[in-house]
Design a protein around this ligand. Structure first.
Ligand SMILES: NC(=O)C1=CN([C@@H]2O[C@H](COP(=O)(O)OP(=O)(O)OC[C@H]3O[C@@H](n4cnc5c(N)ncnc54)[C@H](OP(=O)(O)O)[C@@H]3O)[C@@H](O)[C@H]2O)C=CC1
Length: 547
Protein backbone atom coordinates (compact mmCIF):
# COMPACT_ATOMS: atom_id res chain seq x y z
CA UNK A 1 0.00 0.00 0.00
CA UNK A 2 2.76 2.42 0.90
CA UNK A 3 5.13 0.99 -1.67
CA UNK A 4 5.15 4.16 -3.79
CA UNK A 5 6.66 6.09 -0.87
CA UNK A 6 9.73 3.91 -1.14
CA UNK A 7 10.23 4.14 -4.88
CA UNK A 8 13.64 5.76 -5.26
CA UNK A 9 13.94 8.61 -7.74
CA UNK A 10 16.21 7.48 -10.55
CA UNK A 11 19.49 9.39 -10.72
CA UNK A 12 20.46 10.25 -14.26
CA UNK A 13 23.91 11.48 -15.29
CA UNK A 14 23.70 14.18 -17.94
CA UNK A 15 27.08 14.71 -19.60
CA UNK A 16 27.51 18.29 -20.84
CA UNK A 17 25.52 21.46 -20.05
CA UNK A 18 25.28 22.92 -23.56
CA UNK A 19 22.32 23.39 -25.89
CA UNK A 20 21.59 19.64 -25.69
CA UNK A 21 22.46 18.98 -22.04
CA UNK A 22 20.23 21.77 -20.67
CA UNK A 23 16.97 20.38 -22.14
CA UNK A 24 18.10 16.92 -21.01
CA UNK A 25 18.29 18.20 -17.41
CA UNK A 26 14.94 19.94 -17.74
CA UNK A 27 13.21 16.88 -19.20
CA UNK A 28 14.58 14.71 -16.37
CA UNK A 29 13.02 17.12 -13.87
CA UNK A 30 9.73 17.20 -15.82
CA UNK A 31 9.56 13.42 -15.61
CA UNK A 32 10.44 13.17 -11.92
CA UNK A 33 13.98 11.89 -12.52
CA UNK A 34 16.94 13.35 -10.66
CA UNK A 35 19.55 14.75 -13.07
CA UNK A 36 23.19 15.23 -12.11
CA UNK A 37 24.94 17.12 -14.87
CA UNK A 38 28.72 17.12 -15.30
CA UNK A 39 30.15 20.06 -17.22
CA UNK A 40 33.81 20.29 -18.18
CA UNK A 41 33.98 24.08 -18.18
CA UNK A 42 33.02 26.64 -15.57
CA UNK A 43 29.74 27.72 -17.16
CA UNK A 44 26.86 26.43 -19.26
CA UNK A 45 26.32 26.93 -23.00
CA UNK A 46 28.79 24.50 -24.60
CA UNK A 47 29.82 25.81 -28.03
CA UNK A 48 27.85 29.02 -27.43
CA UNK A 49 29.86 29.88 -24.36
CA UNK A 50 32.51 31.90 -26.19
CA UNK A 51 35.99 31.88 -24.70
CA UNK A 52 38.76 34.04 -26.19
CA UNK A 53 41.35 31.30 -25.74
CA UNK A 54 41.30 27.89 -27.44
CA UNK A 55 41.22 24.94 -25.05
CA UNK A 56 41.85 21.27 -25.73
CA UNK A 57 38.72 19.16 -25.93
CA UNK A 58 36.44 22.19 -26.13
CA UNK A 59 35.04 24.02 -29.10
CA UNK A 60 33.43 27.43 -29.06
CA UNK A 61 31.97 29.72 -31.65
CA UNK A 62 34.14 32.49 -33.08
CA UNK A 63 33.75 35.98 -31.65
CA UNK A 64 31.60 37.25 -34.51
CA UNK A 65 29.44 34.14 -35.07
CA UNK A 66 25.80 34.85 -35.79
CA UNK A 67 23.61 31.75 -35.71
CA UNK A 68 22.30 30.71 -39.11
CA UNK A 69 18.89 29.56 -37.83
CA UNK A 70 16.10 32.05 -37.08
CA UNK A 71 15.14 32.54 -33.46
CA UNK A 72 11.67 31.03 -33.60
CA UNK A 73 12.98 27.82 -35.12
CA UNK A 74 15.68 27.50 -32.47
CA UNK A 75 13.43 28.16 -29.46
CA UNK A 76 12.62 25.43 -26.98
CA UNK A 77 9.01 24.24 -27.06
CA UNK A 78 7.86 25.94 -23.85
CA UNK A 79 10.17 28.94 -23.66
CA UNK A 80 9.95 31.39 -26.59
CA UNK A 81 12.88 33.67 -27.22
CA UNK A 82 12.17 37.26 -26.10
CA UNK A 83 10.61 39.38 -28.81
CA UNK A 84 13.40 41.96 -28.38
CA UNK A 85 16.07 39.49 -29.59
CA UNK A 86 16.91 39.77 -33.31
CA UNK A 87 15.67 37.24 -35.85
CA UNK A 88 19.21 35.83 -36.25
CA UNK A 89 21.07 36.12 -33.00
CA UNK A 90 24.68 36.91 -32.30
CA UNK A 91 26.33 34.13 -30.28
CA UNK A 92 26.21 36.24 -27.08
CA UNK A 93 22.41 36.32 -27.32
CA UNK A 94 22.16 32.58 -27.98
CA UNK A 95 24.25 32.12 -24.82
CA UNK A 96 21.98 34.59 -23.00
CA UNK A 97 18.89 32.63 -24.08
CA UNK A 98 20.41 29.38 -22.80
CA UNK A 99 21.20 31.11 -19.49
CA UNK A 100 17.64 32.44 -19.26
CA UNK A 101 16.30 28.93 -19.93
CA UNK A 102 18.53 27.48 -17.22
CA UNK A 103 17.48 30.15 -14.77
CA UNK A 104 13.77 29.99 -15.58
CA UNK A 105 13.61 26.23 -15.03
CA UNK A 106 16.10 26.33 -12.16
CA UNK A 107 18.53 23.96 -13.86
CA UNK A 108 21.84 25.28 -12.53
CA UNK A 109 21.54 23.61 -9.16
CA UNK A 110 21.81 20.28 -10.98
CA UNK A 111 25.07 21.13 -12.75
CA UNK A 112 28.50 20.32 -11.34
CA UNK A 113 31.05 22.52 -13.12
CA UNK A 114 34.64 21.62 -14.00
CA UNK A 115 33.85 17.93 -13.81
CA UNK A 116 34.94 15.73 -16.68
CA UNK A 117 33.39 12.33 -17.28
CA UNK A 118 36.44 10.36 -18.33
CA UNK A 119 34.82 6.93 -18.54
CA UNK A 120 31.37 5.47 -18.61
CA UNK A 121 30.50 1.76 -18.62
CA UNK A 122 27.67 -0.58 -17.62
CA UNK A 123 27.91 -1.93 -14.05
CA UNK A 124 28.61 -5.65 -13.55
CA UNK A 125 24.95 -6.24 -12.68
CA UNK A 126 23.75 -4.18 -15.69
CA UNK A 127 21.60 -7.03 -17.08
CA UNK A 128 19.56 -6.85 -13.88
CA UNK A 129 19.73 -3.17 -12.93
CA UNK A 130 20.57 -1.19 -16.11
CA UNK A 131 22.97 0.93 -14.03
CA UNK A 132 26.15 2.72 -15.09
CA UNK A 133 29.51 3.47 -13.52
CA UNK A 134 30.99 6.85 -14.35
CA UNK A 135 34.56 7.91 -13.60
CA UNK A 136 34.41 11.64 -12.92
CA UNK A 137 37.49 13.83 -12.79
CA UNK A 138 37.52 17.04 -10.78
CA UNK A 139 39.40 19.46 -13.06
CA UNK A 140 40.69 21.59 -10.18
CA UNK A 141 42.03 18.84 -7.93
CA UNK A 142 42.66 16.20 -10.59
CA UNK A 143 40.93 13.65 -8.33
CA UNK A 144 38.88 10.92 -10.02
CA UNK A 145 35.88 9.33 -8.32
CA UNK A 146 33.46 6.57 -9.36
CA UNK A 147 29.72 7.13 -9.20
CA UNK A 148 26.82 4.84 -10.04
CA UNK A 149 23.76 6.12 -11.96
CA UNK A 150 20.46 4.64 -13.09
CA UNK A 151 20.84 6.17 -16.53
CA UNK A 152 23.09 8.29 -18.71
CA UNK A 153 22.29 11.03 -21.21
CA UNK A 154 25.40 11.91 -23.22
CA UNK A 155 25.06 15.46 -24.56
CA UNK A 156 28.61 16.37 -25.50
CA UNK A 157 27.95 17.53 -29.07
CA UNK A 158 29.90 16.62 -32.16
CA UNK A 159 31.84 19.78 -32.95
CA UNK A 160 34.82 19.38 -30.65
CA UNK A 161 37.31 16.90 -32.14
CA UNK A 162 38.85 18.41 -35.31
CA UNK A 163 38.98 16.40 -38.50
CA UNK A 164 42.37 17.14 -40.03
CA UNK A 165 43.36 16.19 -43.56
CA UNK A 166 46.85 14.97 -44.44
CA UNK A 167 48.10 16.51 -47.68
CA UNK A 168 51.48 15.64 -49.13
CA UNK A 169 54.15 17.95 -47.79
CA UNK A 170 51.91 19.32 -45.04
CA UNK A 171 54.56 18.46 -42.44
CA UNK A 172 57.21 20.59 -44.14
CA UNK A 173 55.00 23.66 -44.52
CA UNK A 174 56.78 26.57 -42.81
CA UNK A 175 53.78 28.80 -42.08
CA UNK A 176 51.27 28.55 -39.28
CA UNK A 177 48.46 25.96 -39.43
CA UNK A 178 45.35 25.78 -37.30
CA UNK A 179 41.89 24.22 -37.32
CA UNK A 180 38.74 26.32 -37.07
CA UNK A 181 38.17 24.93 -33.56
CA UNK A 182 41.12 27.16 -32.55
CA UNK A 183 39.98 30.24 -34.48
CA UNK A 184 38.44 33.05 -32.42
CA UNK A 185 38.78 36.38 -34.28
CA UNK A 186 40.62 38.13 -37.11
CA UNK A 187 43.16 40.04 -34.98
CA UNK A 188 46.15 37.78 -35.59
CA UNK A 189 45.51 37.54 -39.31
CA UNK A 190 45.73 41.18 -40.28
CA UNK A 191 47.84 41.70 -43.44
CA UNK A 192 48.50 37.95 -43.70
CA UNK A 193 48.24 35.75 -46.78
CA UNK A 194 45.70 33.14 -45.75
CA UNK A 195 44.58 29.82 -47.18
CA UNK A 196 41.33 28.32 -45.88
CA UNK A 197 40.67 24.66 -46.71
CA UNK A 198 37.02 23.52 -46.63
CA UNK A 199 33.78 25.23 -47.56
CA UNK A 200 31.37 24.51 -44.72
CA UNK A 201 29.81 27.31 -42.70
CA UNK A 202 33.03 27.76 -40.71
CA UNK A 203 35.18 28.14 -43.82
CA UNK A 204 32.80 30.65 -45.41
CA UNK A 205 32.32 32.70 -42.21
CA UNK A 206 36.08 32.93 -41.62
CA UNK A 207 36.76 33.79 -45.27
CA UNK A 208 34.25 36.69 -45.09
CA UNK A 209 35.69 37.94 -41.81
CA UNK A 210 39.35 37.76 -42.91
CA UNK A 211 38.62 39.32 -46.28
CA UNK A 212 38.33 42.63 -44.39
CA UNK A 213 41.74 42.50 -42.76
CA UNK A 214 44.03 39.97 -44.42
CA UNK A 215 46.10 40.85 -47.46
CA UNK A 216 44.86 37.84 -49.43
CA UNK A 217 42.25 35.16 -48.71
CA UNK A 218 42.05 32.01 -50.81
CA UNK A 219 39.49 29.32 -50.06
CA UNK A 220 40.21 25.84 -51.39
CA UNK A 221 37.35 23.40 -51.88
CA UNK A 222 37.36 19.86 -53.17
CA UNK A 223 33.60 19.70 -53.83
CA UNK A 224 32.25 23.26 -54.07
CA UNK A 225 29.01 24.19 -52.35
CA UNK A 226 25.53 25.58 -52.85
CA UNK A 227 25.01 28.75 -50.86
CA UNK A 228 21.67 29.79 -49.42
CA UNK A 229 20.89 32.94 -47.50
CA UNK A 230 19.48 33.77 -44.08
CA UNK A 231 17.22 36.45 -45.47
CA UNK A 232 14.66 35.46 -48.12
CA UNK A 233 11.95 37.31 -50.06
CA UNK A 234 10.70 40.51 -48.46
CA UNK A 235 13.49 40.31 -45.88
CA UNK A 236 11.87 37.38 -44.08
CA UNK A 237 14.01 34.62 -42.54
CA UNK A 238 14.55 32.11 -45.32
CA UNK A 239 14.25 29.10 -43.01
CA UNK A 240 10.90 30.26 -41.59
CA UNK A 241 9.48 30.50 -45.11
CA UNK A 242 10.64 26.99 -46.00
CA UNK A 243 10.08 25.13 -42.71
CA UNK A 244 6.32 24.74 -42.78
CA UNK A 245 4.22 21.60 -42.99
CA UNK A 246 2.61 22.87 -46.20
CA UNK A 247 5.98 23.38 -47.92
CA UNK A 248 7.15 20.00 -46.67
CA UNK A 249 3.98 18.33 -47.96
CA UNK A 250 4.28 20.08 -51.31
CA UNK A 251 7.95 19.07 -51.62
CA UNK A 252 7.11 15.45 -50.89
CA UNK A 253 4.65 15.42 -53.77
CA UNK A 254 7.46 16.24 -56.19
CA UNK A 255 10.12 13.81 -57.41
CA UNK A 256 13.46 14.59 -55.75
CA UNK A 257 15.10 15.32 -59.10
CA UNK A 258 12.45 17.94 -59.96
CA UNK A 259 12.68 19.44 -56.50
CA UNK A 260 16.46 19.69 -56.88
CA UNK A 261 16.13 21.37 -60.28
CA UNK A 262 13.65 23.92 -58.89
CA UNK A 263 15.90 24.60 -55.89
CA UNK A 264 18.92 24.99 -58.16
CA UNK A 265 17.03 27.52 -60.29
CA UNK A 266 15.99 29.45 -57.18
CA UNK A 267 19.53 29.46 -55.73
CA UNK A 268 21.18 30.39 -59.02
CA UNK A 269 18.73 33.26 -59.54
CA UNK A 270 20.64 35.07 -56.78
CA UNK A 271 24.06 34.33 -58.26
CA UNK A 272 25.21 31.74 -60.73
CA UNK A 273 27.23 29.16 -58.80
CA UNK A 274 29.06 28.00 -61.90
CA UNK A 275 30.31 31.49 -62.75
CA UNK A 276 31.44 31.99 -59.14
CA UNK A 277 33.41 28.72 -59.21
CA UNK A 278 31.26 27.19 -56.48
CA UNK A 279 29.01 24.71 -58.27
CA UNK A 280 29.38 21.20 -56.84
CA UNK A 281 28.78 18.08 -58.91
CA UNK A 282 25.74 17.17 -56.82
CA UNK A 283 22.34 18.86 -56.50
CA UNK A 284 21.46 21.44 -53.78
CA UNK A 285 19.45 19.11 -51.58
CA UNK A 286 22.33 16.62 -51.41
CA UNK A 287 24.34 18.74 -48.97
CA UNK A 288 24.21 20.35 -45.56
CA UNK A 289 23.53 23.93 -46.68
CA UNK A 290 26.11 26.67 -46.52
CA UNK A 291 24.22 29.68 -45.18
CA UNK A 292 25.73 33.07 -45.90
CA UNK A 293 24.36 36.39 -47.07
CA UNK A 294 27.73 37.86 -47.94
CA UNK A 295 30.00 35.08 -49.19
CA UNK A 296 29.17 35.71 -52.87
CA UNK A 297 29.67 39.47 -52.37
CA UNK A 298 33.17 38.86 -51.03
CA UNK A 299 33.95 36.70 -54.06
CA UNK A 300 32.45 39.34 -56.36
CA UNK A 301 34.64 41.99 -54.71
CA UNK A 302 37.71 39.85 -55.36
CA UNK A 303 38.39 39.72 -51.63
CA UNK A 304 37.89 35.94 -51.45
CA UNK A 305 39.25 33.74 -54.20
CA UNK A 306 37.89 30.22 -54.75
CA UNK A 307 40.40 27.52 -55.76
CA UNK A 308 40.14 23.74 -56.17
CA UNK A 309 41.48 21.13 -53.73
CA UNK A 310 45.09 21.17 -52.55
CA UNK A 311 47.39 18.66 -54.20
CA UNK A 312 50.47 19.20 -52.08
CA UNK A 313 52.26 21.67 -49.85
CA UNK A 314 55.80 22.95 -50.33
CA UNK A 315 57.82 25.09 -47.89
CA UNK A 316 55.55 28.13 -48.02
CA UNK A 317 53.20 27.45 -50.94
CA UNK A 318 50.52 25.05 -52.01
CA UNK A 319 49.93 23.52 -55.41
CA UNK A 320 46.28 22.94 -56.25
CA UNK A 321 44.97 19.98 -58.24
CA UNK A 322 44.66 22.16 -61.37
CA UNK A 323 48.40 22.87 -61.18
CA UNK A 324 47.99 26.50 -60.03
CA UNK A 325 50.10 27.73 -57.13
CA UNK A 326 49.47 30.03 -54.15
CA UNK A 327 52.76 31.13 -52.65
CA UNK A 328 54.13 33.00 -49.65
CA UNK A 329 51.30 31.72 -47.47
CA UNK A 330 51.47 32.85 -43.85
CA UNK A 331 48.58 30.84 -42.43
CA UNK A 332 46.57 27.78 -43.40
CA UNK A 333 43.21 27.35 -41.65
CA UNK A 334 41.68 23.89 -41.84
CA UNK A 335 37.92 24.39 -41.96
CA UNK A 336 37.54 20.68 -42.54
CA UNK A 337 34.90 19.79 -39.99
CA UNK A 338 34.77 17.46 -37.02
CA UNK A 339 35.04 13.81 -35.94
CA UNK A 340 32.04 12.33 -34.19
CA UNK A 341 33.03 10.20 -31.25
CA UNK A 342 32.43 9.25 -27.65
CA UNK A 343 35.91 8.82 -26.25
CA UNK A 344 34.54 8.41 -22.73
CA UNK A 345 32.15 5.55 -23.48
CA UNK A 346 32.98 1.86 -23.57
CA UNK A 347 33.13 0.90 -27.27
CA UNK A 348 30.80 -2.03 -26.62
CA UNK A 349 28.08 0.53 -25.86
CA UNK A 350 28.49 2.82 -28.84
CA UNK A 351 31.22 4.03 -31.14
CA UNK A 352 31.59 5.97 -34.34
CA UNK A 353 33.33 4.72 -37.48
CA UNK A 354 34.03 7.42 -40.05
CA UNK A 355 31.39 9.57 -38.34
CA UNK A 356 28.78 6.82 -38.71
CA UNK A 357 27.00 6.04 -35.44
CA UNK A 358 24.89 2.98 -34.66
CA UNK A 359 22.08 4.64 -32.75
CA UNK A 360 18.36 3.94 -32.99
CA UNK A 361 16.69 7.26 -33.91
CA UNK A 362 20.18 8.72 -33.43
CA UNK A 363 19.60 8.31 -29.67
CA UNK A 364 19.73 4.74 -28.38
CA UNK A 365 22.50 2.12 -28.77
CA UNK A 366 20.48 -0.83 -30.13
CA UNK A 367 22.41 -3.67 -28.50
CA UNK A 368 21.87 -2.75 -24.86
CA UNK A 369 19.55 -5.04 -22.94
CA UNK A 370 18.33 -2.06 -20.90
CA UNK A 371 17.69 1.27 -22.68
CA UNK A 372 19.27 3.37 -19.94
CA UNK A 373 21.87 5.11 -22.13
CA UNK A 374 20.99 7.81 -24.64
CA UNK A 375 22.87 10.23 -26.85
CA UNK A 376 21.36 13.70 -27.14
CA UNK A 377 22.22 16.12 -29.94
CA UNK A 378 24.31 13.85 -32.17
CA UNK A 379 22.38 14.81 -35.29
CA UNK A 380 22.68 17.45 -37.98
CA UNK A 381 19.17 18.75 -38.62
CA UNK A 382 18.30 20.94 -41.59
CA UNK A 383 17.37 23.51 -38.99
CA UNK A 384 18.27 24.08 -35.39
CA UNK A 385 19.64 21.50 -32.98
CA UNK A 386 17.93 22.96 -29.88
CA UNK A 387 14.31 21.81 -30.45
CA UNK A 388 15.65 18.52 -31.77
CA UNK A 389 17.78 17.90 -28.68
CA UNK A 390 14.80 18.84 -26.52
CA UNK A 391 12.46 16.33 -28.18
CA UNK A 392 15.18 13.65 -28.09
CA UNK A 393 15.44 14.35 -24.34
CA UNK A 394 11.67 14.05 -23.91
CA UNK A 395 11.79 10.64 -25.62
CA UNK A 396 14.87 9.46 -23.70
CA UNK A 397 13.46 10.47 -20.31
CA UNK A 398 10.14 8.75 -20.96
CA UNK A 399 12.07 5.63 -21.92
CA UNK A 400 14.15 5.95 -18.73
CA UNK A 401 10.92 6.26 -16.77
CA UNK A 402 9.69 3.11 -18.54
CA UNK A 403 6.59 4.91 -19.81
CA UNK A 404 7.70 4.16 -23.36
CA UNK A 405 9.16 0.86 -24.62
CA UNK A 406 11.71 0.68 -27.41
CA UNK A 407 11.13 -1.87 -30.18
CA UNK A 408 13.09 -5.14 -30.41
CA UNK A 409 16.80 -5.10 -31.18
CA UNK A 410 16.07 -6.44 -34.69
CA UNK A 411 13.55 -3.67 -35.39
CA UNK A 412 15.97 -1.01 -34.14
CA UNK A 413 18.74 -2.28 -36.43
CA UNK A 414 16.31 -2.36 -39.37
CA UNK A 415 15.43 1.28 -38.68
CA UNK A 416 19.13 2.22 -38.47
CA UNK A 417 19.91 0.51 -41.80
CA UNK A 418 16.88 2.05 -43.46
CA UNK A 419 17.92 5.53 -42.32
CA UNK A 420 21.44 4.91 -43.60
CA UNK A 421 20.06 3.91 -47.01
CA UNK A 422 17.88 7.02 -47.14
CA UNK A 423 20.87 9.20 -46.28
CA UNK A 424 22.98 7.57 -49.00
CA UNK A 425 20.17 8.13 -51.52
CA UNK A 426 19.57 11.74 -50.55
CA UNK A 427 23.00 13.17 -49.66
CA UNK A 428 26.36 13.13 -51.36
CA UNK A 429 28.93 10.91 -49.66
CA UNK A 430 30.82 12.97 -47.07
CA UNK A 431 31.80 12.59 -43.43
CA UNK A 432 29.59 15.57 -42.69
CA UNK A 433 26.42 13.91 -43.94
CA UNK A 434 26.33 10.86 -41.69
CA UNK A 435 23.87 12.20 -39.11
CA UNK A 436 21.68 14.46 -41.25
CA UNK A 437 17.95 14.59 -40.46
CA UNK A 438 15.06 16.45 -42.07
CA UNK A 439 13.82 18.89 -39.42
CA UNK A 440 10.02 18.39 -39.43
CA UNK A 441 10.13 14.69 -40.40
CA UNK A 442 12.53 13.86 -37.60
CA UNK A 443 10.66 15.91 -34.98
CA UNK A 444 7.39 14.23 -36.02
CA UNK A 445 9.04 10.82 -35.85
CA UNK A 446 10.21 11.46 -32.27
CA UNK A 447 6.88 13.06 -31.34
CA UNK A 448 5.07 9.94 -32.55
CA UNK A 449 7.02 7.83 -30.05
CA UNK A 450 5.74 9.81 -27.06
CA UNK A 451 2.41 10.92 -28.53
CA UNK A 452 2.97 14.68 -28.82
CA UNK A 453 2.69 15.06 -32.59
CA UNK A 454 -0.01 17.65 -33.36
CA UNK A 455 -3.22 15.96 -34.52
CA UNK A 456 -3.88 18.07 -37.56
CA UNK A 457 -6.99 16.26 -38.82
CA UNK A 458 -8.67 16.70 -35.43
CA UNK A 459 -7.47 20.30 -35.24
CA UNK A 460 -9.01 21.20 -38.61
CA UNK A 461 -12.36 20.15 -37.14
CA UNK A 462 -12.00 21.57 -33.63
CA UNK A 463 -9.70 24.58 -33.98
CA UNK A 464 -9.27 25.49 -37.69
CA UNK A 465 -7.35 28.69 -36.90
CA UNK A 466 -4.72 26.70 -35.02
CA UNK A 467 -4.72 23.98 -37.68
CA UNK A 468 -4.08 26.66 -40.31
CA UNK A 469 -1.20 28.10 -38.29
CA UNK A 470 0.31 24.63 -37.73
CA UNK A 471 0.11 23.91 -41.47
CA UNK A 472 1.14 27.19 -43.06
CA UNK A 473 3.24 28.91 -40.42
CA UNK A 474 6.79 27.86 -39.51
CA UNK A 475 6.93 24.55 -37.68
CA UNK A 476 8.45 25.78 -34.43
CA UNK A 477 8.78 23.46 -31.43
CA UNK A 478 5.65 24.86 -29.71
CA UNK A 479 3.61 22.56 -31.97
CA UNK A 480 4.90 19.63 -29.92
CA UNK A 481 3.44 21.02 -26.68
CA UNK A 482 -0.17 21.19 -27.86
CA UNK A 483 -0.99 17.61 -27.03
CA UNK A 484 0.53 14.48 -25.45
CA UNK A 485 2.54 14.31 -22.25
CA UNK A 486 3.36 17.58 -20.48
CA UNK A 487 1.59 20.03 -22.81
CA UNK A 488 2.26 23.75 -22.33
CA UNK A 489 -0.73 26.06 -22.05
CA UNK A 490 1.15 28.89 -23.77
CA UNK A 491 1.85 26.80 -26.90
CA UNK A 492 -1.23 27.89 -28.88
CA UNK A 493 -0.52 31.57 -28.31
CA UNK A 494 3.19 31.11 -29.05
CA UNK A 495 2.31 29.58 -32.43
CA UNK A 496 0.09 32.54 -33.37
CA UNK A 497 2.65 35.13 -32.32
CA UNK A 498 5.77 33.74 -34.04
CA UNK A 499 5.86 36.37 -36.76
CA UNK A 500 5.22 39.15 -34.26
CA UNK A 501 8.26 38.11 -32.20
CA UNK A 502 10.32 37.69 -35.35
CA UNK A 503 9.65 41.16 -36.71
CA UNK A 504 9.48 43.07 -33.43
CA UNK A 505 13.22 43.84 -33.18
CA UNK A 506 13.12 45.61 -36.57
CA UNK A 507 10.67 48.18 -35.26
CA UNK A 508 12.86 50.98 -34.04
CA UNK A 509 11.27 53.46 -36.42
CA UNK A 510 7.48 53.40 -36.49
CA UNK A 511 6.00 52.73 -39.93
CA UNK A 512 2.46 52.30 -41.15
CA UNK A 513 1.66 48.61 -40.61
CA UNK A 514 0.55 46.40 -43.50
CA UNK A 515 0.73 43.13 -41.52
CA UNK A 516 1.95 41.44 -44.69
CA UNK A 517 4.25 38.58 -43.75
CA UNK A 518 3.44 36.03 -46.41
CA UNK A 519 5.50 35.99 -49.57
CA UNK A 520 4.38 35.14 -53.09
CA UNK A 521 6.10 31.77 -52.64
CA UNK A 522 3.97 31.05 -49.58
CA UNK A 523 0.77 32.01 -51.36
CA UNK A 524 1.82 29.68 -54.18
CA UNK A 525 2.40 26.83 -51.70
CA UNK A 526 -0.97 27.47 -50.04
CA UNK A 527 -2.70 27.37 -53.40
CA UNK A 528 -0.90 24.14 -54.41
CA UNK A 529 -1.72 22.48 -51.10
CA UNK A 530 -5.38 23.47 -51.32
CA UNK A 531 -5.60 22.20 -54.92
CA UNK A 532 -3.93 18.90 -53.94
CA UNK A 533 -6.21 18.38 -50.94
CA UNK A 534 -9.37 19.18 -52.94
CA UNK A 535 -8.20 16.89 -55.80
CA UNK A 536 -7.47 14.08 -53.32
CA UNK A 537 -10.92 14.45 -51.73
CA UNK A 538 -12.68 14.55 -55.12
CA UNK A 539 -10.69 11.54 -56.36
CA UNK A 540 -11.63 9.62 -53.25
CA UNK A 541 -15.31 10.50 -53.55
CA UNK A 542 -15.47 9.77 -57.29
CA UNK A 543 -13.41 6.59 -57.47
CA UNK A 544 -12.73 5.00 -54.08
CA UNK A 545 -15.97 6.02 -52.44
CA UNK A 546 -17.96 4.13 -55.07
CA UNK A 547 -16.11 0.86 -54.65
N1 LIG B 1 26.94 30.69 -38.17
C1 LIG B 1 26.67 29.45 -37.83
O1 LIG B 1 25.59 29.13 -37.33
C2 LIG B 1 27.74 28.42 -38.06
C3 LIG B 1 27.40 27.09 -38.00
N2 LIG B 1 28.34 26.13 -38.19
C4 LIG B 1 27.91 24.72 -38.13
O2 LIG B 1 28.93 23.95 -37.52
C5 LIG B 1 29.03 22.69 -38.14
C6 LIG B 1 30.45 22.43 -38.61
O3 LIG B 1 30.72 23.27 -39.74
P1 LIG B 1 32.16 23.31 -40.42
O4 LIG B 1 33.17 23.51 -39.38
O5 LIG B 1 32.08 24.27 -41.53
O6 LIG B 1 32.40 21.82 -40.95
P2 LIG B 1 31.66 21.01 -42.13
O7 LIG B 1 31.87 19.58 -41.80
O8 LIG B 1 30.30 21.49 -42.34
O9 LIG B 1 32.50 21.35 -43.46
C7 LIG B 1 33.78 20.81 -43.67
C8 LIG B 1 34.32 21.22 -45.01
O10 LIG B 1 35.65 20.73 -45.12
C9 LIG B 1 35.79 19.93 -46.29
N3 LIG B 1 36.73 18.86 -46.06
C10 LIG B 1 36.67 17.89 -45.11
N4 LIG B 1 37.74 17.08 -45.20
C11 LIG B 1 38.48 17.53 -46.22
C12 LIG B 1 39.69 17.10 -46.82
N5 LIG B 1 40.34 16.02 -46.38
N6 LIG B 1 40.16 17.78 -47.87
C13 LIG B 1 39.50 18.87 -48.35
N7 LIG B 1 38.36 19.32 -47.83
C14 LIG B 1 37.84 18.66 -46.78
C15 LIG B 1 34.38 19.41 -46.55
O11 LIG B 1 34.28 19.04 -47.90
P3 LIG B 1 33.22 17.93 -48.42
O12 LIG B 1 31.91 18.61 -48.44
O13 LIG B 1 33.76 17.59 -49.75
O14 LIG B 1 33.28 16.78 -47.44
C16 LIG B 1 33.56 20.64 -46.19
O15 LIG B 1 33.60 21.55 -47.24
C17 LIG B 1 27.99 22.69 -39.25
O16 LIG B 1 26.84 22.11 -38.75
C18 LIG B 1 27.75 24.13 -39.52
O17 LIG B 1 26.47 24.40 -40.05
C19 LIG B 1 29.64 26.45 -38.46
C20 LIG B 1 30.02 27.75 -38.53
C21 LIG B 1 29.11 28.85 -38.34
Amino acid sequence: MFSHFFIQTKRIAVIGAGASGLPAIKCCLDEGLLPVCFELSESIGGLWNYTPEARDGRGTVMKSTVINVSKELMAFSDFPIPKEFPMFMHNTLVQKYLEMYAEHFNLLRHVQFQKEVVWCEPTVDFEKTGKWTLKIKDIKSGKIINEIFDGVMAATGHHTAPLLPAFDGQDIFKGRTLHTVQYRDSLEFSEKRVLIIGIGNSGADIACELSRVSSKVVLSTRSGSWVIQRIGDKGMPFDMLGTTRAVQYFQKCLPLSLLNSLTEMQINARFDHEKYGLKPNYPPRAQDPLISDEFHLRIANGLVQIRPNVQHFTGSSVVFVDGSVYDDIDVVIFATGYKIGFTYVDKKVTESRDNVVDLYKFIFPPNLTKPTFSVIGCVQPLGSITPVAELQSRVATRVLKEDVQLPTRKQMWEDIYQKRQELAKHYTHSLRHTVMVEFIDYLDELADIIGCKPRLCKLWLTDPRLAYACTFHPCAAYQYRLTGPLPWKGAREAIFTQWERTLFPLKHRTMKETNETHTRFQYFIMLCTMVTVVTAILTYILFVGHI
